[in-house]
Design a protein around this ligand. Structure first.
Ligand SMILES: Cc1cc2nc3c(=O)[nH]c(=O)nc-3n(C[C@H](O)[C@H](O)[C@H](O)COP(=O)(O)OP(=O)(O)OC[C@H]3O[C@@H](n4cnc5c(N)ncnc54)[C@H](O)[C@@H]3O)c2cc1C
Length: 495
């Protein structure tokens, strides 16, 4: 079936209308997907494309939770840092998993075209910046990503980062020229439309309240109808609830909030010259410019469900902390969604028992990973492709129930506090280094005037760091003379 055309039966509205009926009659299908977020919709679209009859049961509306309230940044990889991934499964295993994550990003890229999803607004380039002066760590990661994981990356020196982002809070950066961003809400609704065009049926306001998965044909119970299916895909994230409480208990829920500012005028471009998404390496702030002069900014998090409106002031404070030049920006809209975070930091993808599948735990990086999960599960059900087994080392681990949530909150606070302290220390050291350089220059000038050879050796003040040699990060930067031998561009294959 051609995804770019709607059939007469679909009508132009069947695929794009925000209203979809609730399931009011009993139904028999090959695959029942629970949850119409990014994960469930990708499974549905792919399984329907491969010829299965598919019903998606959504307790509220398409994209009701995180999938309709994210920032739309698409990167390769997982929430788990690459070094930890290697430690966990070895270099070869990590490379295979990373390659799948890149395929997930490519799936989103191929879907997010103007032809398939009009107005999707895809643009390239994502910058990950460091809150601390960590050149050595950065260069190691650059080598790993470019060399071992064939991912196109560029190292940006502090000066380059600071000319793109006028703040003293960030040091080095990793630029992913092939990572990209899109309009998040359009993407999830576009995905629903595409799944529908492939023949999948989506029912909203249809919560699954019970599942009997004992037989070959499994029974799914909703308040108004029953459904029978050979395969059930649980893509309900943290809201799955009663049907499989033990599965929900393996996710630590984290609510993340974001704000869209009012137009900020030309001042914004003076402060933020980078046009793609920016994330900091501690996962605290994540932002980009949209509509020319507005800021889209995600930062605050809680481990309980709170009204997003409460966090407008917190986002304003974060923006003013990172870019004091902008002052207190007016907020036009504030939104948020719940993430399911696993104990090991990797998504839950696979078959729990015959015909019962799980696709959840995508955390803060759900776009590429849910796309990857959707493809893997659909292909496994219909083609017998068993690459989902690469995720087997990451079992379902109990996230600790209520105690775990409270602990998770304090761990989160501690981690944010620790990284902000590390950032403050890095900026303090940088200040001391700068003052030291000025003093050295003054002393040298004075000595020159007095006719002496050089400054006497002095002991550094307590806590000061010696003037650092140029940071070892290689820079992709501006065009260089062709004769330059020191290639400062680290890049691998296409992302
Ligand atoms: C503020 C914010 C910014 C983000 N930014 C990015 C970003 O830039 N890039 C990125 O990659 N990721 C980002 N994310 C993360 C990403 O949005 C999530 O990882 C992803 O959307 C999770 O998708 P999902 O399908 O697993 O879950 P969900 O979106 O939660 O979808 C699950 C659906 O299942 C339904 N459901 C649950 N239980 C039942 C049931 N029993 N019966 C019927 N239906 C049920 C729910 O109603 C829900 O609609 C961000 C998240 C937030 C909150």
């Amino acid at each position: 079936m051609d995804e770019t055309s709607t059939s007469a039966a679909d009508g132009p509205d069947a695929a794009t209308s925000p209203f979809r009926a609730r399931l009011a009659f009993d139904l028999d299908v090959d695959i029942c997907v629970v949850g119409a977020g990014l994960a469930g919709l990708t499974v549905a679209r792919e399984a329907a494309r491969l010829g299965a009859s598919v019903a998606v049961l959504e307790g509220r509306q398409v994209g009701w939770n995180a999938s309709g309230h994210h920032l739309g940044t698409v990167m390769p990889g997982f929430g788990l840092p690459v070094a930890d991934l290697i430690e966990r499964v070895g270099l070869e295993g990590a490379r295979e998993l990373w390659a799948l994550s890149k395929q997930g990003a490519e799936y989103v890229r191929a879907t997010a075209t103007e032809e398939l999803i009009p107005g999707i607004g895809m643009s390239e380039g994502v910058l990950e910046v460091s809150n601390v002066d960590a050149g050595e760590t950065l260069i190691r990661r650059l080598h790993t990503l470019a060399g071992d994981f064939a991912t196109e990356v560029e190292g940006w020196q502090v000066d380059r980062v600071r000319s793109a982002l006028r703040t003293g809070r960030y040091f080095h950066g990793i630029h992913y020229p092939k990572a990209f961003q899109l309009d998040g809400r359009k993407y999830v609704h576009g995905l629903a439309a595409l799944a529908t065009r492939m023949g999948a049926r989506i029912f909203e306001e249809t919560p699954v309240v019970n599942i009997d998965f004992s037989g070959i044909r499994k029974r799914i119970v909703t308040p108004s109808a029953r459904l029978r299916a050979t395969h059930i895909v649980l893509a309900g994230n943290i809201h799955l609830g009663a049907p499989l409480k033990r599965l929900s208990d393996t996710l630590l829920p984290v609510w993340r909030y974001a704000a869209l500012t009012e137009p900020l005028g030309a001042a914004l471009a003076d402060v933020i010259a980078f046009r793609g998404s920016v994330t900091d390496s501690d996962g605290i702030d994540h932002f980009r410019i949209v509509d020319g002069d507005r800021l889209l900014w995600a930062s605050p998090e809680t481990t309980w469900d709170a009204r997003p409106k409460r966090f407008g002031a917190a986002v304003q404070r974060r923006i003013a902390t990172v870019f004091p030049q902008l002052g207190k920006v007016p907020i036009a809209e504030i939104f948020g969604g719940a993430l399911g975070v696993t104990v090991h930091g990797m998504p839950q993808i696979g078959q729990l028992r015959k015909g019962l599948w799980v696709a959840s735990g995508f955390g803060r990086q759900g776009l590429n990973t849910s796309a990857m999960a959707g493809q893997l599960i659909a292909r496994s059900i219909l083609w017998g492709d068993d690459r989902w087994r690469l995720f087997s080392p990451f079992e379902l681990v109990w996230a600790g129930g209520t105690t775990g949530r409270i602990a998770g909150h304090f761990i989160g606070l501690w981690a944010r506090g620790a990284s902000s302290a590390a950032g403050a220390l890095a900026r303090y050291r940088e200040g001391v280094r700068a003052k030291e350089r000025v003093r050295e220059a003054r002393l040298a000038a004075a000595n020159l005037k007095a006719g002496t050879r050089g400054p006497p050796r002095r002991r550094p003040p307590p806590g000061a760091v010696r003037p650092a040699p140029p940071a070892p990060v290689r820079e992709a930067a501006e065009p260089r003379p062709a004769s330059s031998q020191e290639s400062e561009h680290i890049s691998g294959g296409p992302m």
